[in-house]
Design a protein around this ligand. Structure first.
Ligand code: HSE
Length: 447
């Protein structure tokens, strides 16, 4: 086996040379943190860590890059023989994939914050990295500054992980918090998140749950030892959430959060991102703004919670730099005995099936608009009862003055999604109901 990192052995106290590709929010944060904390980082690694080459299409006015070479072509960084670690912070998949694969082929270690790249191309990237004997580190890809990958891959290595549930998109959580706490509009809150550097280049990734789905796929692989399977995630965004649903949830003692959930069941693995009602006394229900939080339930440890800033320049840089420190420390380790990329040895990943959303079991919040006349609630209750679904809580609001439709809010028992879909279709087909039934899944998240 070739050992790409081998050329660093025997360099004694030579500095580790880092090349940063992409110099936006996270790239400039990484540069700044490495410079500001240079002495501490050198003391931790045992040698100096220097940014010697930056690849960026334009200068970043927030950073004085004096002392580092700057190239307009990011591939120049990968081709620089002096660079030991390539830090990929350009985002997206196409160029990033080509860049990372070229870096691996050149025997360079890679650090990336790119969740889309890892979720969609990680299997191929890790196989190439293992064959070449280099590391690909990606702590910043999930949870911004929270060291959740290290926690699951190393800190919880004793456990059989049962489920993971997390607020893993800072932009979405910021928007929901601003809407609920300050009554702000969706659009105004999203504009703020963009100005603060939290949102993706294409903010529909945040709003529609694609960014969270990328992160969830990575968490599921680390937790359950399965290959990365982005195409199997059920994804629902926050764009369709109405302010009134946030208020009704409050009234019933719940908060609505956009959660990524993966759970091991007897039938297979649930992998889903959607708005979720959570009891308001859970710690995770009270995580607001750009903060992320991830609950991990292990069989030995029980429930554990990891909390911190999920996006932003220096919080994300904190994870990128931690990876650089890790890689710098392991430059002399036998590549066969490094921590495996997906927590489990590549030849021991399991083929456990990922369940379709129709097979997922959960409880539900339903909002039904119905004519304000006797017997309607009874018909709705009858449909649910015939499906074996019980009603656990109910609010009925009178029709506002001059309007004919009243609102019913129902919280149900746990059932399988396919059965709930049939019951909802039957409710929508009643003469006495109007429009679509709003469905939000509920999770108790009990340890
Ligand atoms: N757009 C992402 C978020 C950035 O808002 O969480 C961090 O991955």
């Amino acid at each position: 086996m070739s050992t790409g990192g081998g050329r660093n052995r025997g360099r004694g106290m030579d500095p580790i040379r880092v090349g940063i590709c992409g110099f936006g929010t996270v790239g400039s944060g990484t540069f700044t943190v490495l410079r500001r904390n240079r002495a501490d980082i050198a003391a931790r690694v045992g040698r100096d860590v220097l940014v010697t080459h930056i690849g960026a299409r334009r200068d970043n006015p927030r950073c004085d890059t004096a002392g580092a070479r700057v190239s307009r072509d990011v591939f120049e960084v990968v081709r620089d023989p002096e660079v030991d670690i390539v830090v990929e912070l350009i985002g997206g998949c196409d160029t990033a994939r080509a860049l990372v694969m070229e870096a691996i082929a050149a025997g360079k270690h890679v650090v990336t914050a790119n969740k889309a790249l890892i979720a969609e191309h990680g299997n191929e990237i890790f196989a190439a990295a293992s064959a070449r004997g280099v590391s690909v580190a990606f702590e910043a890809a999930v949870g911004g500054g929270i060291p959740i990958i290290k926690a699951i891959r190393e800190g919880l290595a004793a456990n059989r992980i049962e489920w993971v549930a997390g607020i893993i998109n800072g932009t979405g959580n910021y928007i929901l918090s601003e809407m609920r706490e300050k009554g702000r509009s969706f659009a105004a809150a999203l504009a703020d998140a963009q100005a603060l550097g939290y949102a993706e280049a294409d903010p529909t990734f945040d709003v529609e749950g694609i960014d969270a789905a990328h992160k969830l796929v990575i968490l599921a692989s680390l937790a359950f030892g399965i290959p990365l399977q982005f195409d199997k995630v059920y994804t629902e965004g926050i764009g369709a959430l109405a302010q009134e649903d946030l208020a009704y949830a409050d009234e019933l003692g719940y908060r609505v959060k956009h959660l990524g959930i993966c759970r091991r069941t007897a039938e297979g693995i649930e992998l889903r991102v959607h708005p979720t009602l959570i009891p308001d006394d859970r710690l995770i229900a009270n995580v607001n703004g750009v903060m992320n939080a991830i609950l991990v339930k292990g069989d030995a440890v029980g429930p554990t919670l990891y909390y911190g800033p999920g996006a932003g320049s220096e919080p994300t840089a904190s994870s990128v730099v931690a990876d650089i420190v890790d890689v710098a420390r392991t430059l002399t380790a036998d590549p066969e005995h490094r921590v495996p990329h997906l927590a489990f040895q590549p030849d021991r990943l399991s083929g456990e099936a990922v369940l379709p959303i129709s097979a997922v079991r959960t409880s539900y919040y339903l909002r039904v608009a119905a004519l304000d006349r006797p017997g309607v609630l009874w018909r709705v209750a009858q449909i649910l009862s015939e499906a074996g679904i019980s009603i656990e809580a109910l609010i009925q609001k009178e029709a506002p003055e001059g309007q004919e439709t009243a609102t019913m809010i129902l919280l149900t028992s746990v059932t399988v999604e396919s059965r709930m879909s049939e019951a909802i279709a039957a409710i929508e087909a009643l003469d006495s109901t109007r429009g679509r039934v709003t469905r939000i899944r509920m999770e108790k998240l009990e340890g």
